[in-house]
Design a protein around this ligand. Structure first.
Ligand SMILES: [Zn+2]
Length: 365
């Protein structure tokens, strides 16, 4: 399954607004490239599982499109001259560390999958993607986007598509697709917060803050704290994300707005983390991770299904009268996914349904 960080509507907007023909051609090529990759069957390459522990391999495509390319740095190797190689190594490492140390998960498949990345993919390629088996990074168009290895949260976002693929496997369309996108933003941001030792209050809650080049009127690709405010630029257009259900966008584009309506669950997670204080990768992260891996989530889950599942997780882990359950309920009410009368009843009901044993580390860890 092909998941790219830059949605097609953004590249289309850039192509429309570019005055320089060679730049326009670069966006067109990225778009056509993505369309081919998107329609391709899931990557069939064998991926190796290590005996456990962190195993990274970074390859260089040399501005070609053969994957994975030439091995440039493997686990334990010293840094090399090429900054993109080192950033991919560090970003995939930070993501592995978040999952291992905060949630007890050994790599994407929880069985030590080798984290494979390829940098310098194609020429002027304005995207990064997870292809079902590995990460791939472009160097950017050089006008709006710099090198796609520059943001830990972008790398964490893409690798989390792999985690979702191995767990809840949320269908990449409509609300379940927006949840799939949001979960990637949540754990991408948490990978950065954990690597930088930031509390929920210190974090910028931005996705792709390092990606926009100077001169772009914007701070990032998305803001989890304030969806719809990440950019407003003559070339990029305006950030289309809604902050609550009143702005929900019904569209056929972008797999039914998966990169647009993800702003709603993104903000719900931010609100839970802000309400609880401390580190977002502690309680808020454990509730979201526990929900993703509970076995209780349908592949076609709606926002409401997911909200109720997070309530059930919070109740199971922290209890009926916990601040955590109250924060989860309040956050989903604030973004308009749950009504005011909600819904400790529903949470109580879901918790009685048969469920896989929770794969959470102890709450006080
Ligand atoms: Zn994504």
């Amino acid at each position: 399954m092909f998941h790219s960080i830059i949605p097609p509507y953004l590249l289309e907007q850039l192509e429309r607004s570019a005055s320089d023909p060679s730049l326009r051609a670069r966006y067109r090529q990225s778009l056509q490239h993505d369309a081919v990759l998107r329609s391709r069957p899931a990557a069939g390459r064998e991926t190796a599982s290590a005996a456990g522990g962190r195993q990274r391999e970074v390859y260089d495509a040399g501005n070609g499109t053969d994957l994975p390319g030439t091995l440039a740095r493997a686990e334990g190797d010293d840094p090399v001259q090429d900054q993109a190689v080192n950033e991919a190594y560090d970003g995939t490492g930070a993501t592995w560390t978040l999952y291992k140390e905060c949630f007890g998960r050994d790599s994407i498949d929880d069985a030590g999958l080798v984290l494979t990345s390829t940098v310098h993919y194609d020429r002027g390629y304005a995207n990064a993607f997870w292809d079902g088996a590995q990460m791939v990074f472009g160097d950017g168009d050089g006008e709006v986007f710099g090198n796609f290895t520059s943001s830990i949260d972008v790398t964490g976002h893409e690798l989390t598509h792999g985690v979702t693929q191995y767990t809840a496997n949320l269908a990449y369309d409509g609300q379940s697709g927006a949840l799939n996108e949001s979960i990637s933003d949540v754990f991408g941001s948490l990978a950065k917060q954990y690597a930088m030792g930031q509390s929920a209050a210190d974090a910028d809650w931005l996705i792709g803050a390092g990606l926009l080049l100077p001169g772009v009127q914007g701070v990032a690709l998305r803001s989890m704290k304030a969806p719809g405010t990440a950019y407003d630029d003559p070339r990029l257009g305006r950030d289309p994300q809604p902050a609550d259900m009143s702005g929900y966008v019904d569209t056929e584009d972008d797999n039914g707005g998966v990169h647009i309506n993800s702003g709603i669950p993104n903000r719900a997670f931010y609100l839970v983390a802000a309400e609880l204080g401390g580190n977002a990768y502690d309680d808020a992260g454990k509730i979201w991770y526990g929900t993703l891996t509970s076995g209780n989530l349908a592949e076609s889950a709606t926002f409401k299904d997911f909200a109720e599942a997070t309530q059930a997780t919070a109740q199971r882990v922290y209890g009926d009268d916990s601040a955590q359950l109250a924060a989860v309920t309040k956050a989903w009410q604030t973004v308009g996914v749950l009504g005011d009368e909600t819904s400790l009843m529903n949470a109580a009901k879901s918790s009685l349904e048969p469920s896989a044993p929770p794969s959470l580390p102890p709450a006080d860890e």
